[in-house]
Design a protein around this ligand. Structure first.
Ligand SMILES: [Zn+2]
Length: 406
């Protein structure tokens, strides 16, 4: 009787993914103050952080909280908006993201045929329950279909699937997503956008403005209704705009709007990144990768659904509309570019790629190296502005080690 009970307890423990070596101890140079520290992880959480007071050599790696990407369309060939998405695909993408130091993210579903959006959101909801990777999926970002249909502003979103906000329709998507849509990007100038934003806020969503041609009044009203972010500011915007009256200035000047930016070195010029950063500061700037499924694949021409895309070594183009279709770099690259372009510190760059995201979406157990928080952390080397992820931990469990990878 007793041994069968023990076996049952062991099965319970293993099925819940509790690491066998507990507590886990890592050493690193703290990303904020450059002090060598030991970090103890127990039962999935950071249990203790102590300064290393030893005459031994300094730790080889920096240590920081895991990165949080709130806008990522896919990775290593897996497209979260593509046909026939499976939980196995999401698992593949998540594991590839761990290699890049992303410990949690919002898979992003963009404007598509409505049935596909529903289907994919339901697959992602199942993936979120997966014992292996579910902890890394915080919620979903819905980018569209309620965005500007105008060329340039719609970016690479297909015009025929763009529509006006419809709350009942959105609830269908949210139901398919099992209430996991946490962030929606929409255009504030569309008919019905304001009551739609109010309903989103009442339901606990974060509303971001993006792919829009909203005027100052549209933006002001959207903020009054509760919108609080501008999605990939400076992108999702036509090439030719009025120098006085365009969507950029009101979003930059409005204190209640935080911005997300794709600082991959291609989507924005150095001067744009520097200017946006000077206006909003590290407290109100969130780095996003906006990576496409092609990220991580060899350069070349790819057919994706109804679109022909061209992947260069660092970016994805959509020649049909003469626009960028998305990025091909992970969030880690945005940290590097941010430091290079603005001269911000490593601590500030990581704040913009982890802490701000956790704060904005009220994930109080994420985004910092503090006892009690979830043990999501990265160990990495830094050479100039270049960062190389060496180890990644999710809930105290090592999910990636470069030593095993090369
Ligand atoms: Zn976009």
């Amino acid at each position: 009787m007793k041994s069968s009970l023990l076996i049952l307890i062991l099965i319970f423990l293993f099925s819940n993914g509790i690491p066998t070596k507990d507590p886990v101890l890592v050493y690193g140079t703290h990303y904020v103050n450059n002090q060598p520290v030991s970090i103890e992880m127990h039962a999935g959480k950071i249990s203790k952080i102590a300064p290393l007071v030893t005459s031994e050599e300094l730790p080889r790696y920096f240590v920081a909280p895991g990165l949080i990407d709130i806008q990522i369309n896919g990775f290593v060939g897996v497209d979260f908006s593509g046909p026939d998405l499976t939980v196995a695909d999401v698992r593949k993408a998540t594991k590839a993201l761990w290699k890049e130091g992303v410990t949690s993210y919002f898979p992003t579903v963009i404007t598509q045929e409505f049935s596909r959006m529903k289907e994919n959101l339901s697959v992602l909801a199942e993936a979120k329950k997966d014992p292996e990777i579910g902890g890394s999926i915080l919620g979903f970002h819905l980018e569209g279909p309620y965005i500007s249909p105008k060329k340039g502003f719609r970016g690479a979103h297909l015009e025929k699937y763009i529509r006006e906000p419809d709350w009942e329709e959105f609830l269908e998507l949210q139901e398919a997503a099992q209430q996991n849509i946490k962030l929606i990007t929409l255009a504030p100038e569309l008919e019905g956008a304001l009551p739609f934003i109010e309903q989103c806020i009442t339901s606990g969503l974060i509303v971001a403005l993006g792919h829009h041609d909203g005027g100052v009044t549209d933006i002001e009203r959207a903020v009054m209704a509760g919108a609080s972010m501008a999605t990939h500011l400076g992108n999702g915007c036509a090439n030719e705009i009025n120098r006085h009256h365009n969507p950029l200035w009101p979003q930059l000047s409005e204190d209640l709007i935080k911005i997300s930016i794709i600082a991959d070195g291609h989507h924005l010029t150095k001067e744009e990144v520097r200017s946006f950063y000077k206006v909003k500061g590290s407290a109100n700037t969130l780095l996003v990768s906006d990576a496409l499924d092609l990220a991580g694949l060899p350069p070349g021409a790819y057919i994706r659904g109804e679109r022909k895309l061209v992947l260069t070594s660092e970016v994805v183009q959509f020649p049909g509309e003469n626009v960028l279709a998305g990025a091909a770099s992970p969030l880690r690259k945005c940290i590097e570019v941010m430091m290079e372009f603005t001269g911000c510190s490593l601590a500030e760059a990581i704040k913009m790629a982890s802490t701000n995201q956790a704060k904005m979406f009220s994930y109080e157990d994420l985004g910092g190296l503090i006892p009690g928080k979830r043990a999501d952390l990265i160990l990495f080397t830094q050479d100039g502005n270049k960062i190389e992820i060496q180890k990644t931990f999710v809930k105290g469990k090592e999910v990636y080690s470069r030593a095993d990878d090369v």
